[in-house]
Design a protein around this ligand. Structure first.
Ligand SMILES: [Zn+2]
Length: 171
């Protein structure tokens, strides 16, 4: 993967960045500070909540990317936050549901236009309390049958739902 060219200037001194080979990859480099500007994936958390009918909770996104499409409740980890806290916070912010983490479903990388590469951590949560309502970045929220899901734009979300579905219906 090539460096993320939208970053053109050193964040410390403002010098125009160069690229140089380091540890097998082309990196952004500041010739004045003599430092590499490291680029790393951004962690996000996605939440799978099933109701008593084994339907999965989705939110209709009110913000880009994929505005207007249905996806798992999800969001970016904050600095200093543990991933399980992110899951519970995002679930509550987007759906009004207070959840308890049951297990990790999986961890998976995905390309992103804005962040270039994100790592999505999927958690399964149990609905403990709270009333379903769309909040924050969501315009609608509801449960869908695992057999008749709308088009879900994120491959990581599709994979996580498939994993949970496979466990519910062991072959
Ligand atoms: Zn610099």
């Amino acid at each position: 993967m090539k460096p993320f060219y939208p970053f053109r200037y050193c964040p410390l001194c403002g010098t125009k960045l160069e690229t140089r080979e380091h540890e097998g990859r082309e990196r952004l480099y500041c010739p004045k500070c003599k430092i590499i500007i490291w680029e790393n994936p951004v962690p996000v958390v996605a939440c799978v909540v099933l109701n008593e009918n084994q339907e999965v909770l989705l939110v209709k996104r009110g913000v880009p990317p994929a505005e207007g499409m249905w996806a798992l409740p999800s969001g970016f980890m904050e600095m200093g936050e543990q991933p399980e806290e992110t899951a519970k916070r995002e679930l509550f912010e987007e759906t009004g549901i207070v959840g308890e983490v049951e297990e990790i479903i999986g961890i998976c990388g995905q390309s992103s236009l804005k962040y270039r590469w994100i790592v999505s951590i999927g958690y399964k949560l149990r609905w403990i309390s709270g009333k379903l309502r769309p909040g924050d970045d969501a315009v609608d929220v509801r449960f869908f049958s695992l057999n008749s899901l709308p088009e879900i734009p994120f491959s990581t979300h599709r994979k996580m739902i498939e994993k949970v579905k496979a466990r519910k219906h062991p072959r």
